[in-house]
Write a protein that binds this ligand. Structure first.
Ligand code: DGY
Length: 332
């Protein structure tokens, strides 16, 4: 057919919704193989050997894996975070990386705020008390939570998601917001609704002043282990720590130490250094920890929007067009 583009080989390495799989299959030769399932691993590696496009998420795409993909031109990640990809190898090979910023901002901010509420008001612990038939008299002070409204929020990271959390805090809950990020954001021009409501603050000062510290950081060499023993030690007595970014930005041993022997009141965690969280991790059952299974963007609407954007990115790249959401952090 005149003008028809060649059908390319595409490997889908995490389930995509049927409507998006159909968009891909209409134009390209698609193989679906999940490398996390041992029985699909041989098919995954066989398809990798000839794939020009990859689409998926939550799997380490390292130099060894990329060595088995000599034809690869484009990876479309169904995630905003790109810490699973060997960026140096992608740059060196000229492989394009796309991701899904924007469409998950509000949902992820909802998750972070849920953890702020859950930890401060002890929601999971107290809901379990009812569920388990232990609500036999009015609860006393030993089970009271702490207020959220009016408290000072310290945000580690102030990109799209950080700013969306800041809006919930400042505009909805009257919370003064301090934020730590590489550069101060010009709020008057870039986020006027937060103007005068959020202050760029050095890390140590933020940790010493915030009642609740919430991390929404991507994982990079600069952020790995950012929250360690020294940083937890600087936090206000009785403060709460929440992480909705990446687990490895936190030294989990130092966090446990701060919960057990320091004065940290509670931690709300959606992300962990190793995921799924190992069964023997003390964080799983710690009485002061509310742990979620990395659900930052996991709503029906948002996961579908992410799949649509990732599929569009891949289709555009394979058609020789500039995709809507190229990850701009690759050198070269
Ligand atoms: C993201 O998109 O990076 C979320 O954390 C899901 O992995």
């Amino acid at each position: 057919m005149a003008g028809a583009l060649p059908r390319r080989k595409v490997l889908v390495f995490r389930e995509l919704p049927p409507d998006q799989l159909a968009r891909l299959a209409a134009l390209h030769e698609v193989t679906v193989a999940n490398p996390r399932l041992p029985e699909q691993l041989p098919a995954f590696h066989a398809a990798l050997a000839t794939a020009e496009g990859l689409i998926g998420s939550s799997y380490k795409v390292d130099a060894a894996l990329l060595a088995g993909a000599p034809q690869l031109k484009i990876i479309s990640s169904v995630s905003v975070g790109v810490d699973n990809y060997d960026l140096a190898t992608l740059s060196a090979r000229g492989i394009m990386l796309c991701h899904t910023p924007g469409v998950l901002t509000e949902t992820t901010a909802d998750t972070v705020f849920s953890l702020i509420m859950a930890t401060s008001r002890r929601l999971v612990e107290l809901a379990n008390l009812v569920r388990e038939g232990r609500w036999t008299r009015n609860i006393g002070e030993d089970l009271f939570g702490t207020d959220v409204h009016g408290k000072t929020l310290g945000l580690l990271g102030f990109g799209r998601i950080g700013q969306a959390v800041a809006r919930r805090a400042a505009l909805g809950f009257g919370m003064p917001v301090l934020y730590h990020s590489r550069r101060a954001v010009d709020l008057a021009s870039d986020a006027p609704d937060l103007s005068g409501k959020a202050a760029h603050t050095p890390l140590d000062e933020l940790l010493a002043r915030a009642d609740i510290v919430a991390a929404v950081l991507p994982l990079s060499p600069a952020t790995r282990g950012l929250m360690g023993a020294r940083e937890f030690g600087l936090m206000k007595p009785g403060a709460i720590f929440v992480n909705g970014g990446r687990g490895a930005t936190v030294d989990e041993t130092a966090l446990l130490q701060a919960l057990d022997h320091g004065s940290l009141r509670a931690a709300g965690l959606d992300v962990f250094a190793t995921e799924p969280l190992p069964l023997d991790s003390p964080l799983r059952t710690h009485p002061k920890v509310t742990a979620l299974p990395h659900i930052g963007s996991a709503t029906l609407e948002t996961r579908h929007a992410m799949a649509v954007l990732a599929t569009s990115n891949l289709l555009q790249a394979l058609a020789g067009q500039r995709p809507a959401a190229v990850f701009e952090g690759l050198s070269g």
